[in-house]
Design a protein around this ligand. Structure first.
Ligand code: KE4
Length: 424
């Protein structure tokens, strides 16, 4: 599996792009590899510029639950492109997708489209602050909500992967209103709310944290978040950029039966094009410009091509039994993979079709402190072993992996056979 062309391409890329990548976690530094340069993706197969092929469990960080280059999505986009790709003027497609999102996630009574998950969470927090007229927000250690200044505090994903707890270039004053608690720690939250009575605008949470690796809630933690925010007239923001349309068609809030005040979605909703959204209670959303005093905007927000791809993707996912079959298939695969890797001290956390193999020597991670006990060198060896056998898992211990409707049982069985050969 030579990768000479990717290695040369990486050299060239580094001359013009910092670190040779447009997003740090693609650099594969934490797993001791040089990045692949991909020329084609179809279904669950990536092809790099050296013509090596890999079964993909990263799926562009969770976007392609319906598989790369899904023919129905492709055709819809091909039909749309001759009409132009952006007008900066309303289109019917935006209303169509907003209506669809609201039907699938009823707590999102109104929806505003943006171009990235970062924009969605940044906007949702501004809106929460505008609505409550309070400044403080609470996030959880190891959760990642994009790279807005005030959210790069004890963040997961690429921030954790790069081993930095936050980011330089963020003035302390920008971060001082961001309070951090360990995920699953009710006592810590009670303490923060008593210390900052009537000052907390919102809690923002990944309902299934995936950016420290998959760490499920314990002891009805999400229900507790709903209760403590209601008690304190704070808002609850579910960042479902990953879980939205992934766990169920209604996201994690349907999976757990918890209704947040605001929700962000991304990745799947754009069907592989730059699109994300935030939305929630109508009385809150009405504060947004041009109606209200909370400003938010975007040149390409709601562009017709991303809306087309999002609608086509949700059409595929709305077919009968898609999630029942996907989650059952994923459960079978993940449980067998856990059995194979258990003797290597690996614990696999999963919820539905999203999973992370943790090299924690048997400790089941319940928060970021547990996750940080992972042997990241062992994870890197596992990553490199799987890559050398044609399997691309997410290139960080602090990320999730995803099973798509296009991962066949036969392909998953093949992957299990490969994993059996990993010697640690
Ligand atoms: P983007 O700005 O990258 O579109 O979305 C930010 C974001 C917000 N909320 C959650 C829960 C997210 O997972 C993300 C982005 N996810 C990472 C991977 N876990 C993106 C990958 C990358 O940074 O390259």
């Amino acid at each position: 599996m030579g990768r000479e062309k990717s290695i040369a391409a990486f050299e060239e890329a580094q001359k013009y792009i910092p670190g040779g990548v447009n997003s740090p976690v693609r650099a594969l530094r934490s797993v001791g590899e040089t990045p692949l340069f991909i020329k084609k993706a179809e279904g669950v197969t990536l092809t790099d510029i050296d013509d090596n092929q890999y079964t993909d469990f990263c799926l562009s960080w969770g976007v392609f639950i319906a598989g790369h280059a899904n023919p129905k999505v492709q055709q819809a986009v091909i039909n749309a492109i001759p009409n132009g790709t952006s007008y900066g003027i309303p289109t019917l497609l935006e209303t169509q997708l907003a209506k669809r999102v609201s039907e699938l996630i009823p707590s999102m009574e109104q929806v505003r489209f943006v171009n990235s998950g970062t924009e969605a969470t940044m906007s949702a927090i501004r809106l929460a602050r505008g609505y409550t007229k309070r400044d403080y927000i609470i996030k959880f250690d190891g959760c990642y909500h994009g790279h807005a200044d005030h959210l790069l505090v004890s963040a997961g994903s690429g921030v954790a992967t790069c081993g930095i707890s936050s980011s330089s270039g963020v003035p302390q004053d920008f971060a001082k209103y961001t309070l951090v608690a360990p995920f699953n720690d009710k006592e810590a939250l009670r303490e923060i709310f008593s210390r900052h009575k009537d000052e907390i605008a919102a809690i923002i949470v990944e309902p299934v944290p995936c950016n420290m690796g998959v760490v499920p809630q314990q002891n009805d933690f999400l229900k507790f978040l709903r209760e403590i925010t209601t008690e304190n007239q704070s808002l609850l923001i579910f960042d479902e950029v990953i879980t939205g349309f992934r766990l169920t068609l209604g996201g994690a809030q349907k999976f757990y039966g918890i209704e947040p005040d605001l929700t962000t979605v991304g990745k799947i909703v754009g069907g592989g094009f730059p699109a994300a959204a935030f939305g929630g209670r109508r009385d809150i959303m009405q504060l947004l410009a041009p109606l209200g005093p909370v400003y938010q905007a975007g040149t390409l927000s709601g562009n017709p091509i991303a809306m087309t791809a999002g609608l086509a993707t949700l059409d595929i996912l709305s077919q009968p039994n898609v999630y029942e079959e996907l989650n059952a298939k994923a459960e079978r695969f993940i449980n067998k993979l856990a059995e194979i890797l258990r003797p290597k001290g690996v614990v696999i956390n999963h919820v539905g079709n999203m999973f992370t193999p943790f090299f924690t020597g048997g400790i089941v991670p319940h928060d970021f402190n547990d996750v940080k006990k992972s042997d990241t060198a062992a994870f890197a060896r596992f990553f490199r072993y799987m890559l050398s056998h044609g399997v691309y898992i997410s290139p960080s211990q602090f990320e999730g992996n995803f099973v798509s409707i296009q991962h066949s049982d036969a392909k998953l069985a093949e992957i299990l056979e490969i994993a059996k050969g990993f010697e640690g």
